[in-house]
Structure formats: structure tokens, C-alpha cells
Design a binder for this molecule. Sequence first.
Ligand SMILES: [Zn+2]
Length: 239
Amino acid sequence: MKRTPPLSREALLKALIDCGRQFYDRRWMVGTAGNLSVKLSHTPLEIAITPSGLSKGQMTLKDLMIIKSQKPGKLTPHPYSLSPSKGERVGVRGSPPLMPSAETVIHQTIHETLPGCGAVFHVHPVYATLISNLHGNSKQRQMLQFEWLEMMKGVGVNEGEIAELAIFPNWQDVSIVARDIRQFLLETPKALPVVLIYNHGLTGWGRTPEQARNHLEIIEFVCEYLYLKRLLSTSSPRS
Ligand SMILES: [Zn+2]
């Protein structure tokens, strides 16, 4: 099979900027919400990530942050262990200095757990968030099983296979969310490349930024389909 050559560091950073603009325009990253990362190196783990508190629709390369894990292979995820000194800025725009998102630890964990993962995107699309509310739980992970749709091939689920979407509790200590996702991924080799977080949003990944974006698009479509189908089946016919 023909393999696409890996993207250069510069191309990966530009892809982050471009995806931020696309997702903001789709209203998946309203306000300053959401965060996007690409893997620059697996060992030691090095990622570029969007900063906290900045609109993802108007970022420049200077706004991105480079985070290197202190102990590769022994990641102890905790958002508060991150400090500006551990986040190297690509550029020097902004005053006061921008900080990496508290959710950086989720990105680091997914990148570290899945060696083939090249991009992790966390966004807040309306339908995925609605489905997380309707089928999720604030204390326990839920697995949402649903009928197969042709589109599911795009996230690796073929006809006859069970499509199951994990919905994690939205712990305010983000390191617990990261730990839960890591454990789930290690236990579930055939997990979908996306998870939901209860009353929060959607996180997806892929080998490349383009593939991660496609995965998010498919799952947001499926969530819209599920929500509208539920709405149609519960609305009473007019007499
Ligand atoms: Zn979020």
C-alpha cells in the first residue's frame, strides 16, 4: 500500500491553524473553547497545541505552544503540573503570556498511548454535546451502541460490526478524564477514534490532522442523525 510521506513540522503547525479556522467557522469552537494538537515527536513526546483563552478562528503560528513531556513513557497527567516554563511558544505574541489549555493533559495522554496518532482535536459541536447529555452519565463511563450507518466505515466500523461510542464523565480534575481515556484505549484495541465527554463535547484523533478532522465530521454527523431520529420518533403525529 502506498504510504503518504509524513508532514513536515511546518505543515503540521499550519494544519492546526487551518483546522482552528474551519472548526470556529462551523461553530465547533465558539468563544475560546476547544483545543487542537499535533504530535511533533513520539519519543520523547513533543506536541504543538493551541493555547487557552484565545479564539481558535484567528490564530497565527505565533500563538501555538510546544509541550515536551518531562518523562517519556512515565506521563503523570495533571493539568496543574503544566507551567509556562514547560510550554515553549512558537512565537512571542500576547501579553500576558498565553498558557496551554488545562486539557493539554488529555492530548498528551492520547498521543502517548497511541503511537500512530498524529493529531488530537477537542471541540464542542452541538449534536455531539446533546448526545453526550442524553446518553452519558456524570459518574460512570457509558457505551452508546447504535445502528450501523454507511458513514461509519470512515471511522473503521464495517457493516455487521457493532458501533459503540464511549461517553466519559466530565471530571473537573482533567487528569482523571485523561486517566480514564488512557485505560479505556489500552483495554479496547478496536475503540473508535473518537470519544464523548458528558455535557462537554467531542475529542477525536487520527494519523494526520486531515484524518482526525474527518473522524470528527463523521461522528458529529452521526450524533445529528441520532438526535433528529430521536426527536422524530418522540414527536406526536398531528391529527
Ligand atoms: Zn472542552
